[in-house]
Ligand binder design. Structure first.
Ligand code: PLP
Length: 429
């Protein structure tokens, strides 16, 4: 008994019932693990909340840029959500997965003629038009089609979302969409209404990403509706549809306190309904495009620690087998994360450790993380890596991209296989 008491039996971090060490042994590291249960739960939370607060007509369109694979298309389709794609690659993936084009919204601030053609040929549900020249191009390319092309115009409402500068998209000097101030948006609407092959259904706006303060959504709604009202007075045009983008933030570290999906839905729907009744503006169909808040918290990245070294200030640095190429967010936005020791969650935090990756840059993934004593061959788990990780991964230093494994219902399987060294040279001539 005494003997057994002395042995500490390591407890492994579990993801949807699976031991992270088992997943590591099965698939290797670095490894993205996606908990499908969490994705499905978030999809349902969105549907329930918008059904409750906007029973008139609300559509949830998952923003593919956050994370897209064939299997993810299947999950989103099964959950009955629509899909927002922002490139030919995302559209191709969706079509390959037989995602119904009648639920695909096509975005992009620099759509090439090939991308427009692909959207038109496959009869995408909506094209969200970024600028006036694109509008003319879509009109010309729609000439031979039997019906007008249904479009929304993207607006730049000129609002500073309270988030990192690099993920703001609706501010006053944004590259996205038609600025309300200065008359660009008004001019584009007038043009759209004269184009014979365009059916203007309404408008789109997206403030930015990882937003916690719901007052920005209220502000955006007020700005957009007062512009819609002005537009109605000047042209008689009334929008049938309004797409308010995505952006709801998630909890990367314990200090983050994002609002719930339900609260976000209530605030946004109240704002839209309130403005529409205040201005006696017919209530439009409402669309939202969440990405991060559906898939972000479903992801965990596992890394193996290879080396541990003391650095000059006396602190300790753990070097892991991934980094910048599978997670560019710390370098891009100084993003912070919660880390744990996956192979023994019972070892409590004892010191501040910096975790660095293996790329030829500073590649500091986590500065001064509170972690237990780390040893080579430990496994580190980084939470909340479902969104904008795999989708932003690169081959920097010619490292193959990691595998993506999904776990759900007692089943673990590969969503995306690990790239091989042969893949690395496969496009070279
Ligand atoms: N819609 C548009 C147009 C976007 O640009 C983005 C993200 O950049 C999203 C939706 C999704 O945002 P998030 O992942 O923050 O919900």
């Amino acid at each position: 008994f005494q003997y057994y008491q002395k042995i500490s039996i390591p407890r492994k971090l579990r993801i949807c019932g699976f031991s992270s060490v088992y997943l590591y042994l099965l698939y290797g590291t670095p490894l993205y693990v996606i908990n499908v249960y969490v994705i499905r739960r978030r999809c349902r939370d969105y549907k329930e909340a918008f059904c409750r607060y906007y029973p008139q007509s609300a559509t949830i369109s998952y923003a593919a840029k956050a994370f897209l694979t064939l299997d993810m298309c299947r999950i989103i389709n099964e959950e009955g959500l629509s899909l927002d794609v922002a490139s030919a690659g995302e559209l191709y993936t969706a079509l390959w997965a037989r995602f119904p084009a009648s639920r695909i919204h096509v975005h992009g601030n620099c759509k090439t003629p090939e991308e427009i053609e692909m959207a038109l040929q496959n009869r995408a549900h909506r094209i969200v038009v970024d600028n006036e020249r694109e509008l003319g191009l879509i009109n010309d390319m729609s000439r031979r089609l039997p019906a007008k092309t249904p479009v929304l115009l993207r607006l730049a409402p000129g609002i500073e979302a309270p988030t990192h500068d690099y993920i703001k998209t609706g501010h006053k000097d944004t590259k996205f969409g038609l600025h309300l101030k200065g008359g660009l948006a008004l001019q584009a609407v007038k043009r759209a209404l004269t184009l014979p092959h365009i059916r203007l259904l309404g408008f789109h706006a997206h403030l930015g990403s990882q937003v916690f303060d719901l007052r920005s959504y209220q502000e955006m709604t007020v700005v957009i509706f007062s512009w819609l009202d002005k537009l109605r007075r000047l042209t008689g045009y009334v929008a049938e549809e309004i797409n308010m983008g995505g952006g709801l933030g998630i909890r990367y570290v314990p200090a983050d306190h994002p609002p719930s999906i339900r609260k976000y839905a209530r605030v946004l729907c109240d704002a839209v309904q309130g403005e529409s009744s205040r201005l006696k503006y017919p209530l439009p169909r409402l669309i939202v495009e969440p990405g991060r808040s559906i898939v972000g918290e479903a992801g965990t990245t596992l890394y193996a620690v290879h080396y541990v070294k003391k650095i000059s200030n006396g602190s300790v640095m753990a070097i892991v087998d991934g980094g910048l190429s599978d997670n560019p967010r710390p370098a891009l936005y100084s993003a912070r994360y919660h880390l744990s020791l996956a192979n023994d969650v019972r070892r409590g935090p004892s010191r501040r450790i910096t975790v660095a990756g293996k790329h030829c840059e500073a590649d500091v993934l986590f500065k001064d993380a509170r972690l237990p004593e780390i040893r080579p061959s430990d496994i580190l788990a980084v939470s909340c890596t479902g969104a904008y990780h795999y989708s932003m991964a690169s081959n920097y230093n010619r490292y193959p991209r990691p595998a993506v494994a999904s776990v759900s219902n007692g089943r673990a399987r590969l969503m995306v296989r690990r790239e091989s060294l042969a893949d690395i040279v496969s496009h070279d001539m």
